[in-house]
Design a protein. Structure first.
Length: 400
């Protein structure tokens, strides 16, 4: 699997990803110009939820859908799915070997590196072609116009809530970041958006907005909390994909009712203990507030919060939302994530290796685990959470 991370791990300080080289690699793999319609999800928050619900709708409609997301929920296999099921270790190994051969035939890097998310994207599109997928649902790794996902002009683009993130990389204001996200759209792309802040809405003027109830689904088929907007956006976007027909009501209900979202306000038992954790990829004050509200609704109280927010996330908002709750702050050993901002004196600080079932069990019976997806994925792995399949459907144009 070294091919996915090799150039990124060897990158020089300040070096950026080379999308042009990724395009050359896509051409060598024969995946430019996918034969199936493409639905692309961009935004700052809720992309994975939107992609999952879009994929579930399309599968219920009879499509064989390949979904590519980033990062994986728990493992790298989770990044590529057919009808909700993660690829096998053998399938991913074959894709990695094929990418390795194709990369080896390219000229050496000279203007940046091949990014991990971009390489998994190319692997996913290659797998979709081999698996005979009828539709592609692609989640941007970071950005829109400048992301490798833009190599595959979408038929439909869904824009989840946008806020100030990766400042100085994607833009310095919400409006600039929104323009970068919108830039994924090609001529003829149908663009839909979740409700946005005023500066973002101004950039997206004229784009169809999917508000509460816009997907026409009953509340019991949608996730609670902030994820609902992404789910409704995903379903509404899937309906606009060329060739998509409305599934029979009973089939749609069956498939959407089966959706699971590990790491999105999901609850898990800690092995060998009486402790239960709620895991949520909350990265701003609003997300932390919503996750804590969900935890208190389920449990009545929260004993402790375990939080991981790199410098570019909304740490100030999270601090305000957490209030006087006991907190353990976790730093990840990833060179592209910085953890240098000052923290409240009362917070404990540990490295990621300190998070084990045993350590979680010492924090109380009801623990909220919140933060960046890299961290929540690590915790899901520690807990042995099932991320193999995100929804179940027997509806497929071809056997799975």
């Amino acid at each position: 699997m070294d091919v996915f991370f090799r150039e990124w791990e060897r990158r020089a300080p300040g070096e950026t990803r080379d999308v042009g080289r990724a395009r050359a690699l896509a051409g060598a793999l024969g995946v430019l110009g996918p034969s199936a319609p493409v639905l692309t999800v961009v935004g700052s928050k809720g992309k994975g939820t939107a992609a999952t619900y879009a994929s579930a709708f399309l599968a219920a409609a009879g499509f064989r859908v390949c979904t590519v997301t980033s990062p994986g929920l728990r493992t790298d296999r989770d990044r590529i799915r057919i009808n909700g099921r993660a690829v096998s270790s053998d399938e991913l190994a074959i894709l990695a070997a094929d990418l390795d051969t194709a990369v080896g035939a390219l000229p050496p890097p000279s203007d940046g590196y091949l990014s991990p998310s971009g390489l998994f994207l190319l692997a996913g599109v290659l797998h979709a072609r081999r698996a005979g997928a009828d539709a592609l649902v692609l989640e941007a790794g970071m950005g829109g116009r400048s992301d490798e996902v833009a190599l595959f002009p979408p038929d439909v683009a869904a824009i989840t809530p946008v806020f100030l993130e990766h400042a100085g990389v994607l833009g310095d204001t919400e409006a600039e970041i929104a323009r970068e996200k919108l830039g994924v759209a090609a001529p003829g792309t149908v663009v839909l958006s979740a409700p946005q802040s005023a500066p973002v809405a101004e950039v997206l003027r004229g784009v169809e907005v999917v508000g509460p109830g816009g997907a026409g689904l009953p509340a019991d088929l949608l996730p609670a909390g902030l994820g609902r907007a992404g789910a409704e956006l995903g379903v509404a976007a899937a309906r606009r994909l060329p060739g998509a027909a409305e599934p029979p009501a009973a089939r749609l209900r069956e498939v959407l009712a089966s959706v699971v979202l590990p790491g999105r306000m999901s609850r898990h038992a800690v092995p060998g203990s009486a402790t239960e954790v709620l895991v949520d990829a909350a990265i701003d004050g609003a997300g932390v507030t919503a996750a804590l509200a969900a935890a208190r609704h389920a449990w009545g109280t929260v004993d402790h919060a375990v939080v991981c927010l790199p410098d570019h996330k909304d740490l100030d908002g999270a601090v305000a939302a957490l209030g006087d709750l006991p907190v353990t702050f976790v730093r990840l050993p990833l060179p592209h994530l910085r953890f240098t901002r000052p923290l409240p004196d009362a917070w404990d600080v540990v490295d990621a290796d300190a998070i084990t079932p045993e350590s979680l069990a010492t924090l109380g019976h009801r623990v909220a685990v919140l933060g960046t997806g890299y961290f929540t994925g690590r915790v899901l792995d520690v807990l042995g959470a099932d991320t193999e399949r995100l929804f179940v459907t027997s509806a497929s144009r071809r056997p799975s």
